[in-house]
Design a protein. Structure first.
Length: 319
């Protein structure tokens, strides 16, 4: 049976006493001297600092140019086939805005701090870094269950839609996209670890190939197969296909992100399996929640303004 990582063998190693060990590290100690014999000072891109974000920017810049050209050549030619009715995407946009404020509030404790803690504890204590990733994975999954359940009950039994009652099914499909809600955690972890070369590749694959491919396939399915049912119709079929297609691609992108993150975690002595074990110290989730709440007011204000502005604009535009 494999021995657990060092941090798992000592669950009492909290943020506070880990910092104490770092601050009081004795360079005269024999063990410290043995460790320093094999120490090599980081060079170039391996150094922690601005070189990594700058290098990541140029990585992303190159892929953005290539991806932009490919999408310009192919996707623009398909628009008239995919969306002959502008209303089809409009349904999805309204559904997105209808629940955007609620989704933001549910993500407040974790939406603004994963990269910050991963970056810090990757240097101080990788075991703690893994626990932060775990917390974000399981928090998103648990709150996702609650969010999908509550909003589904609201849509089915409370929401008044008048003549647009059929749009409830589109809203239910959109709401289901909030589970498991942790598909972006692994890509955010790559960002926190300053592995921008991997993040750029994930973005390139997702935005240039994966997302457009599934969007096209599912929209065509919605228009020419699902839409042939008179009870659904072509326009609603397109809207449903778009919602499903842009949900499936999230899982493919998550799988690619997990592969790269596993590669990055290997030198630390961990694997992607360690990042999904449901075991987190109290100080980890407390610090995450506190930091997230401290950063949330500007984001909430922005979401409230965007929410109100959208529906004010929506009411002013004639049908």
């Amino acid at each position: 049976m494999e021995n657990p990582p060092q941090s798992e063998q000592n669950p009492q190693l909290t943020i506070q006493n880990a910092q104490h060990l770092i601050d009081n590290f004795d360079m005269e100690n024999q063990l410290a001297q043995e460790l320093m014999k094999n120490y090599e000072k980081p060079q170039g891109y391996d150094k922690i600092g601005f070189a990594r974000p700058l290098g990541g920017f140029f990585y992303q810049f190159f892929y953005a140019l290539v991806g932009g050209v490919l999408i310009l050549i192919t996707y623009t030619q398909l628009l008239r086939v995919l969306y002959p009715y502008p209303d089809a995407k409009g349904y999805t946009t309204v559904g997105n805005m209808l629940f955007s404020l609620l989704f933001l509030i549910m993500n407040i404790p974790t939406g603004f701090s994963l990269e910050r803690f991963v970056a810090e504890w990757a240097v101080k204590h990788p075991g703690k870094m893994i626990q932060y990733i775990r917390f974000y994975v399981w928090y998103q999954m648990m709150t996702g269950i609650l969010l999908v359940t509550v909003t589904s009950i609201y849509v089915l039994y409370i929401l008044e839609t008048g003549s647009l009652v059929y749009t409830k099914w589109l809203l239910l499909i959109y709401i289901s996209r909030e589970y498991p809600a942790m598909t972006g955690v692994f890509q955010s972890s790559l960002r926190g670890l300053q592995q921008f070369q991997h993040e750029s590749k994930v973005n390139f694959y997702a935005q240039t190939f994966i997302q457009p491919t599934f969007e096209v396939l599912c929209v065509l399915w919605g228009r020419f197969i699902l839409g042939t049912n008179p009870a659904i119709g072509e326009m609603m079929g397109i809207a449903i296909g778009y919602a499903i297609g842009t949900y499936i691609d999230d899982f493919i992108t998550m799988g690619i992100s997990m592969r790269y993150l596993n590669k990055v975690l290997t030198p630390f002595g961990y694997s992607i399996k360690d990042a999904i074990i449901p075991s987190v110290d109290r100080d980890v989730w407390v610090s995450s929640l506190k930091f997230g709440l401290q950063l949330s007011p500007p984001q909430i204000l922005s979401a409230v303004i965007g929410f109100a502005t959208f529906f004010w604009w929506y009411d002013m535009v004639p049908a």
